[in-house]
Design a protein around this ligand. Structure first.
Ligand code: HEM
Ligand code: HEM
Ligand SMILES: [Fe+2]
Length: 448
């Protein structure tokens, strides 16, 4: 670690990991209710558990993005962060607002609208925290070296904040409500967050491969252009059946089909650079996450997204388990793995150690990733059976659910392994380190 202010990232990563664990545990609870429908029904109903599962996910991913940005920005801009105090303040506002939202959910206080259930005052607190964050990082960039990597990352973060503002607009007309709801939900993950992903990956690839920045950043422009070109109009794949004009069938199908291209470009980018790389970076686990992230994102978002994105297909699959299969693998590959990559890379530096517990970390990679893949397969099979029985044969919803029990058991099993993988990851990164040189000791060793 070269800059003192980078240390503040530690706080954000720790907060993220606490919520990550909560997220996957609530996922398992939700999965349990799928096979024991009355489990907890009096105490903690399924809709609340689901809300905590999805909200904790979004919040910890954002905390990870904030931490990652605070970590990499000093190295990119070649100066300390504008203000560490402000960063700490921003963390606590955000973390406490999220915690208050969860307590509220447990008491049954929420405002509906999937993913955006937070009470308005929590949304206001989140907005204030994000504005403090953006001010802090923009001032840092403003005063320092302006690399393409940092600029793309900040563009993505600003975009995320701007589109979040549509969460405050909730028209009573249901068509308009849904139309704008997707401006947050879709444009985040298939637009502005993709820029965050590309920016953080660019930083990591520069570090772990040692390839020239110029080469890496040339790709970055192409990826950013493709993401925005396809992702914005690709929103149309959510406008098929909500009462929007018919031309969205065409616009949504065509543009969202092309959304695969930036995800595929990121796979080529990462593998090409690692192949070209001259440097034998000691953090092998970070390298693994850097390659895994775009690969699984390509399958989860690209392949599993394409599977149901054309309107004649979506007509049958809309809102079935096919959607849940895609939602899980896409979020996991693109954004969970991205955060685990930057955390794996940054934590040894933040702890002042050489890369440590690498084998354990890589075990958590394979365990978690295989379990998420298995969960995706079971949900995909469930979704295909569901689509056929319900939408083609016309069986009733609950009758069909009875036919899917086996798949739900397998999803639960996979979920337990995801939790084990998550615990393993947290232990590998935060746990004790045996016989590990500190950076100073390693430097004092004579070269071999
Ligand atoms: C990392 C990027 C992505 C993430 C995190 C993601 C996540 C999600 C989630 C969570 C949903 C469910 C939303 C809901 O109804 O509550 C969804 C729906 C959908 N996604 Fe994605 N997605 C991504 C990229 C893509 C891409 C690239 C495509 C197309 C190629 C795509 C196609 C779709 C479609 C068509 C739906 C609607 C499914 C339905 O009608 O029920 N997604 N996505
Ligand atoms: C890091 C890993 C995970 C991610 C990124 C993730 C993400 C998500 C997302 C985006 C949704 C909303 C899906 C949609 O609207 O289509 C969801 C719902 C759900 N997740 Fe997860 N999840 C993860 C882990 C788990 C685990 C370990 C389980 C345990 C079995 C689980 C079980 C569920 C269940 C049961 C739902 C509700 C589905 C429904 O409403 O029918 N998830 N998750
Ligand atoms: Fe979408």
């Amino acid at each position: 670690m070269r800059y003192q202010s980078q240390q503040v990232a530690w706080l954000f990563f720790a907060g993220a990991m606490v919520l990550f664990l909560a997220q996957v545990l609530f996922g398992v609870l939700a999965g349990l209710i799928y096979v024991y429908p009355n489990f907890l029904s009096e105490l903690l109903p399924f809709n609340i558990i689901r809300m905590i599962h999805t909200n904790a996910l979004i919040v910890w991913l954002l905390l990870g993005f904030f931490g990652g940005t605070y970590y990499l920005l000093p190295e990119e801009t070649e100066r300390e962060l504008f203000s560490v105090r402000l960063a700490q303040l921003q963390f606590w506002i955000f973390f406490l607002a999220a915690a208050a939202a969860v307590v509220g959910y447990l008491l049954g206080i929420h405002e509906g609208r999937e993913f955006l259930e937070q009470p308005t005052w929590v949304k206001v607190a989140i907005t204030i925290s994000v504005l403090l964050f953006l001010f802090n990082v923009s001032m840092t960039l403003f005063k320092g070296r302006k690399t393409a990597t940092a600029q793309v990352l900040l563009l993505g973060l600003w975009g995320a904040a701007i589109f979040f503002l549509f969460a405050f607009y909730n028209p009573s007309n249901l068509v308009l409500d849904k139309l704008y709801w997707w401006w947050v939900v879709h444009i985040w993950v298939e637009g502005v967050w993709e820029l965050i992903m590309a920016g953080i990956l660019a930083f990591l690839l520069i570090k772990v491969t040692g390839v020239d920045r110029e080469v890496i950043e040339k790709w970055l422009y192409v990826i950013v252009g493709l993401s925005l070109f396809t992702g914005l109009l690709g929103t149309g794949h959510h406008y098929y059946w909500i009462g929007a004009p018919g031309y969205w069938q065409w616009v949504g199908s065509i543009f969202s089909a092309v959304e695969i291209v930036p995800f595929f470009a990121m796979v080529l980018w990462a593998f090409y650079l690692v192949y070209q790389g001259r440097r034998d970076h000691p953090n092998k686990a970070a390298l693994l996450w850097c390659l895994g992230c775009p690969t699984v994102a390509f399958f989860g978002a690209g392949v599993w997204g394409f599977m149901h994105t054309l309107s004649p297909i979506n007509y049958y699959t809309h809102g079935t388990q096919v959607t849940a299969a895609h939602g899980h693998l896409a979020f996991y590959g693109a954004y969970v793995m991205l955060n685990l990559a930057i955390i794996t890379y940054a934590m040894p530096n933040l702890r002042g150690l050489q890369p440590f517990n690498q084998v354990l970390n890589m075990w958590s990679f394979w365990l978690m990733t295989s379990a998420m893949a298995f969960m995706t397969f079971t949900l995909t099979f469930a979704g295909v059976v569901q689509t056929h029985l319900q939408r083609v044969m016309g069986m009733s919803y609950m009758e069909v659910q009875d036919q899917l029990t086996l798949f739900y058991w397998m999803r639960l099993g996979a979920g337990v392994f995801v939790v084990v993988g998550a615990i393993l990851f947290i232990y590998a990164v935060y746990g004790p380190v045996r016989e590990q040189l500190t950076v100073q000791e390693a430097q004092a060793q004579p070269a071999e």
